[in-house]
Design a binder for this molecule. Structure first.
Ligand SMILES: [Zn+2]
Length: 601
């Protein structure tokens, strides 16, 4: 939606040290700056800002990103708002752009109306209306809510009728009202309120500003739930209902519960469980999980025990795999089919619900049970299929210890040794960590292939230290069968970008499967303080080592062509013979641990 070139210009113009210094006191430490992390509680600084690479990284909580990420996380802004904010701070103007829906709603600039202010006025109006509506108050009381909790969540009421917002906004035709999602332009241009005769739940961003509403009908009626549409303020896949209110309780409890509806969050809070948040009518996203892991080490997903709940839980598991770290935990709680958290806690109270939380199933258990349920493990075919189904999932697990644990379980369930399971799923097998350059004495061997993807990782570090190196990675050494290989492939894909910098790379990788990997690699990069010349040397060494490990496929191709050709009486062309000779010489040089002769292509 926002042109890449604009974002890249912006990232090249902003200074992340300036930006962060406005909010956090930074101290110079060598080439970098450090501070106590603004995203988690700590006494000794583990938050580091790199001025040369324009990113921040917290060794404590894993907060990580470029200038845009910082504005989003620190100020709790949505992506577009953060870009806009940042752009304004350096005097750049966000170009007008089309919204996904094609509605053409440009961001309100300084000259335009303040969308936050409009939302606040609407929220105030709805809250007033609640007081004036006995039916709505009765409804909330009937659900066991006190005035105190209603106030905590700013709950309001949109009365029946079509244009109740008219007196609040005398210019009811104002385009900004539509941009906020408060009104709908019906057929014939007749405009009316989106929320009518509904309890409304304001959705806040991390700064506490209203960015959207959720509306629930009082009695029966369809749709039961109605949310604000996506607007410049509100991006559903990023937001969690109740997070600003829950933040303190999450920290104290050491965990967060993720439920499906705002009524669940409110009801749990009413019963003293204040560490619950809800996704907003969208599936759990990796962004949600990352956001929550910033706050705590344990996430309990709470779903209904029906088929839809299981599906939603499995999706949450899938998006969690790449962002999990070994010191973080994801658990799953399935309620009895007839219950949701709201009805459960109302009927049985806080202790009963917390007992359920303690018994929530660890991710590993849910993972295996679900996979076993898909196959017939009493047959060899079923057990093979189990491996087949587990493979893509295991490969996405970023946490090494967890990956091994899951592998072990899968091996047991499929009646195989862990080594066989590792080989079949292409997961590195357990064993002492080996040095990246532990080159085999006599050419490539199997053991080398089982190594973790340390060399690819090393190349990624080098490229992050010095992005122009991305242009020099030979495509044939990239194997996209594992996360490091895929990240490397993605990095090479950026070679065409003008002014490729570290911050631009992070931007391009935002919300991709590579984010968690880049986060860890950046941590390592900071610890190693890799200078340009060091990056260059390490880069060459890693390329050489990779070439040794993965012999050039072109050699095999030429050999096959030669063998085929002989059968019909024509071998390689002169040019191909020469290429083959060159490649073999190169390979021989590699085997002697020398740098390859420059290729004559
Ligand atoms: Zn931190």
């Amino acid at each position: 939606m926002i042109p890449e070139s604009f974002k890249n210009d912006l990232l090249n113009r902003v200074d992340i040290v300036d930006l962060i210094e406005r909010h956090v006191r930074l101290k110079k430490a060598g080439a970098n700056f450090v501070a106590c992390c603004p995203f988690h509680n700590e006494k000794t600084p583990s938050f580091t800002v790199s001025p040369s690479k324009q990113f921040y990284h917290c060794f404590g909580c894993g907060a990580h990103g470029n200038a845009i990420s910082f504005v989003m996380e620190y100020s709790g802004l949505g992506y577009i708002e953060a870009v806009k904010d940042l752009a304004e701070s350096v005097g750049m103007k966000l170009p007008e752009f089309e919204r996904r829906a094609g509605g053409g709603a440009p961001i309100a600039g300084d000259e335009g109306p303040d969308l936050y202010d409009i939302m606040k006025r609407a929220a105030d109006f709805y809250r007033e209306q609640l007081k004036a509506s006995p039916a709505a108050v009765e409804y909330l009381k009937g659900r066991g809510l006190t005035g105190k909790v209603a106030a905590r969540f700013g709950i309001g009421y949109a009365p029946p009728g079509w244009q109740n917002l008219q007196p609040v906004f005398p210019d009811y035709a104002d385009k900004a009202l539509k941009d906020c999602g408060l009104v709908i332009d019906g057929e014939g241009g007749r405009r009316y309120d989106r929320f009518r005769d509904r309890i409304v739940f304001p959705i806040l961003n991390q700064r506490g500003s209203v960015i959207g509403f959720g509306g629930r009908v009082l009695g029966e009626g369809e749709p039961k739930y109605l949310n604000s549409p996506e607007t410049p303020l509100f991006e559903k896949g990023r937001e969690l209902y109740g997070l600003p209110q829950a933040r303190t309780a999450i920290r104290e409890a050491g965990r967060v519960v993720v439920v499906e509806g705002y009524m669940d969050v409110v009801a749990l809070s009413q019963h003293g469980i204040e560490y619950a948040v809800a996704t907003l009518g969208t599936a759990t996203s990796a962004t949600h999980v990352q956001k929550l892991f910033r706050q705590t080490d344990e996430i309990v997903f709470c779903f209904d025990g029906d088929a839809a709940g299981l599906r939603a839980a499995w999706h949450a598991l899938e998006v969690s795999l790449p962002v999990l770290a070994d010191h973080k935990a994801v658990k799953f709680l399935f309620l009895p089919a007839e219950d949701d958290p709201d009805s459960y806690v109302r009927a049985r109270g806080r202790e009963a619900f917390e007992r359920l939380l303690h018994e929530a199933r660890p991710l590993s258990e849910f993972f295996l049970a679900e996979l076993r349920g898909r196959v017939d493990v009493t047959t060899p075919e079923g057990r093979s299929r189990l491996i087949h189904e587990a493979k893509p999932l295991l490969k996405r697990v970023a946490a090494p210890a967890l990956q091994l644990q899951l592998l072990k379980q899968v091996a047991q369930a499929s009646d195989m040794t862990q080594e066989d399971a590792a080989r079949l799923t292409e997961i590195r097998s357990a064993g002492p960590a080996r040095s990246a350059y532990a080159a085999p004495a006599r050419g490539p061997d199997r053991g080398m292939l089982a190594l973790d993807h340390r060399l690819e990782r090393e190349l990624i570090i080098c490229i992050l230290a010095h992005p122009p190196l991305a242009r020099e990675v030979p495509a044939e050494i990239v194997d996209d069968g594992h996360p490091e290989g895929r990240a490397l492939a993605a990095l090479i894909g950026f070679e065409g970008i003008e002014g490729l910098t570290h911050a631009v790379i992070l931007e391009a990788m935002r919300d991709s499967e590579h984010e968690a990997l880049l986060n860890r690699v950046d941590g390592e990069l900071l610890e190693r303080r890799m200078e340009m010349n060091v990056a260059r040397t390490e880069f060459n060494a890693a390329i050489t080592a990779l070439r040794m490990r993965n012999p050039n496929p072109r050699i095999r191709e030429l050999e096959e062509k030669d063998a085929r050709g002989r059968l019909i009486g024509q071998g390689l062309t002169g040019q191909e013979s020469e290429e083959y000779r060159q490649l073999k010489a190169e390979e021989a040089a590699l085997k002697q641990h020398r740098m390859p002769p420059s290729r004559m292509v």
